[in-house]
Design a protein around this ligand. Sequence first.
Ligand code: PLP
Length: 362
Amino acid sequence: MTPPPSIAKSAPAPAVVRAALDAQPRIALAHLPTPLEPMTIDGREIFIKRDDCTGFALGGNKSRKLEHTMADAMARGATVLLTASGLQSNHVRQCAAAAARCGLGFHAVVAPALDRMPRAHAESGNVLIDSIYGAVLHVVDDEADADAGMARVAAELRAAGETPYIVPLGASDGIGSLGYARAAFELLDQCRAMGRELGHVVVPTGSGGTHGGMLAGLRGAGSAATCWGISVSEPAAAKIAKVRASIDGVEAVLGLGPLGIGPEDIRVDDRHTGGGYAQPSAAANAWLLRLARETGLLLDPVYTAKAFAGLATLAAEGCFTGDGAVVFLHTGGTPALFADPAGLVDPRGLSPSLARLDGRLV
Ligand SMILES: Cc1ncc(COP(=O)(O)O)c(C=O)c1O
């Protein structure tokens, strides 16, 4: 018989969760801990957790996830890594680098809609770096064809004697999400060292593993900090399901039972998706330019600028209650800045810094 919630088994002790996380197989890729950088924006203190500075392959959130994913791939005797995503994917870039580091081949199925994108999108940014790593990219016209595409590439690789390891979307399964459960402990240690409580963490929510892993880690560490996910693409309900799957996955891998995360604990704000995945949001791009010009911090248009616009809205609405530190998780993605340069400056696509001395445009 299922026990009533009031007498449900209590969550495991933080020390037990930390030990279980530390015991998970991992191949070191990221430069850790990443800095926790204080900033004052509109008179409010915000700490930026600089996971854009994870170092590996130009940094970003996938470095932490792939430490666990690659350990699993190697334990399973993989010879090739295979994944799927959009053409300008940070995930694909970091997977390509992780495969190179571990001596594996790398293939990705990418859904580009090439006819609708600027030339730089197909040649620069993450795509350029993918090709430097020797990635083999297989193009499909529609995202819906990605899974079938991966199955086909996997079958071809097996027929050629390879052992492919399929990295799920965004490496957001239980294994990859462990990286963000560990990140939560790292962040709490940094807050403790500053003599501060952690009050709120704001993260971009895409495939859900960063958000889910962070929340699992926070609760596993005994922290009551609120984790606010800002959807970068879909309605909140779709993202909440992804975050839940990531948490369930982490709990399954750790094998310590539930970490005590109820539905009310998974918060996703879907007011900043712009036109959808990788489609611009005017408010987000305004924050991208403002932070660059006022603080020197570079965001990216697809994830972190939307998340920062979300943070600004939550701040204006008075959501950051209490005196605990407010942390923005900068998950990287800056190579995408090079993929659509015209989208960020004026409609002519030219930066004012390219005007001639006499004011004429170059
Ligand atoms: C820069 C960046 N930030 C955030 C995310 C979203 O993370 P997740 O997919 O774990 O939700 C991604 C995913 O690709 C990303 O590349």
